[in-house]
Write a protein that binds this ligand. Structure first.
Ligand code: ZN
Length: 413
């Protein structure tokens, strides 16, 4: 969806505010000769911003409002280097709660609900976002934070929690515990609001079935308020994103070219009214697509499809861009193969070509050599590359609680 006139006016106002503030981005815009935007073409000329910029501006270089207007900061840890600090004005805090309350409403949650909040409270935006939205809606917040499963389940039973807010991993753990203890009939949960990340249908179905709840994916990131900037409705046709606060585009993660609605790429978000730390064209590195057309629910907010992965995880072989999600899709169709895999990429100097080595796990009832051939053929037909494939026994590849590194690039080693 092209940026509309109302959104353009808001971006123009943001740029003028940024320049007047003298913050980190004011220098970038001054150097680029950007003074404002009048047309969608002007907008597309504004350079992207990235997490690296936010780190360069550490701690408060992106602040665009006077100190006396800042009421809170949040921080995203990041895996490497300096954290990122995001300052908020009272209006930013209020706007975020407004969006979050809308998310709950879209999920059919009302004032009568009791919302069990397990994401963490602290520097990051998780717990406090769920809480502020709940209070704005007028429901009862049960601010548990993570951990202490014993107490979680006790409170859930005693207070009759009706909504569970959690990561998919924690929701799974609670579902397993409830199942193990046989206390399902004492649990009153009806809905789950789950922080959006890539999670398998198997996991989703298990949680929904074991807890007997409807699941809603909530989207957000610390740099852009936090969780609660979008959620799927009961039609389950993508997450509605609030376009009165945010403008969302999709780009080719390599060329930066803006893609039409419906095409998969990297999601880029512009904050239209944020005061403390406005961001124009922020690269989220989340891979998804904007779903074209209108949602059957009748809401006009544009929809974002499920997050397919991270553009940082993309790798290039023989000049072809590949994503872990494509590898997972292929492996998901092969009988007896687990979802764990490892990819090593090397360069054969003598032949001047890239070599891709794929290691996958399979259970003992399938023929490893035939399985390897099947995978090779699937890669050839779907991605036009032929990897070397090693099939190993189940549980050979390392597991990790956090994000597992699956792609190892040895070119240039
Ligand atoms: Zn809808």
């Amino acid at each position: 969806m092209k940026i509309n006139d109302k959104q353009l006016k808001l971006v123009d106002r943001q740029i003028k505010r940024i320049i007047a503030s003298g913050n980190y981005y004011s220098e970038i815009y001054k150097k680029a000769g950007i003074t404002g935007v009048e047309t969608p073409e002007d907008f597309e000329k504004i350079p992207f911003t990235d997490k690296a910029d936010l780190r360069n501006a550490y701690p408060l270089g992106i602040q665009a409002a006077p100190d006396e207007d800042i009421v809170r900061i949040h921080s995203s840890s990041g895996t490497t280097g300096k954290p990122v600090i995001i300052p908020y004005t009272s209006k930013d805090v209020e706007d975020w709660a407004e969006m979050f309350a809308r998310c709950y409403e879209i999920a059919g949650i009302t004032k009568k609900d009791r919302i069990h909040i397990t994401p963490g409270y602290g520097l990051w935006t998780a717990g406090i976002g769920f809480q502020a939205g709940c209070e704005k809606l007028g429901a009862m917040a049960i601010p548990m934070g993570p951990g202490n499963t014993e107490k979680q389940l006790q409170m859930m039973m005693d207070l009759g929690s009706t909504v569970l807010c959690a990561t998919s991993s924690y929701a799974l753990l609670l579902a397993e515990e409830i199942n193990k203890r046989g206390i399902k009939d004492k649990i009153k949960l009806k809905k789950g609001v789950i922080g959006s990340e890539r999670w398998s249908d198997a996991k989703r179905n298990y949680i929904a079935r074991e807890l007997g709840i409807e699941l809603y994916d909530i989207y957000g990131l610390t740099e852009i308020y936090g969780p609660g900037i979008g959620i799927n409705c009961s039609e389950q046709t993508g997450m509605h994103i609030f376009d009165d606060f945010l403008y969302t585009e999709t780009i080719d993660p390599v060329t930066g070219e803006v893609l039409p609605d419906g095409e998969e790429g990297e999601i880029v978000i512009t904050t239209l009214v944020k005061e403390g730390a406005p961001l124009i064209r922020f690269r989220t590195h989340d891979l998804s697509r904007i779903i074209p057309g209108k949602c059957p629910c009748g809401r006009e907010y544009p929809r974002l499809d499920t997050i397919k992965g991270r553009s940082d995880d993309m790798f290039k072989v023989h000049g072809v861009n590949m994503f872990p999600s494509q590898v997972e899709e292929i492996l998901g169709t092969v009988d007896g193969v687990s979802s764990e895999y490892k990819i090593d990429i090397a360069h054969d100097e003598s032949k001047n070509r890239d070599i891709i080595m794929l290691t996958v796990e399979a259970d003992g009832r399938v023929d490893f050599s035939a399985t390897a051939d099947t995978i090779k053929a699937l890669f050839k037909s779907r991605l036009n590359v032929t990897p070397n494939v090693a099939v190993v026994s189940l549980n050979t590849l390392p597991r990790s609680e956090k994000k597992t590194q699956r792609v190892f690039d040895h070119r240039g080693d």
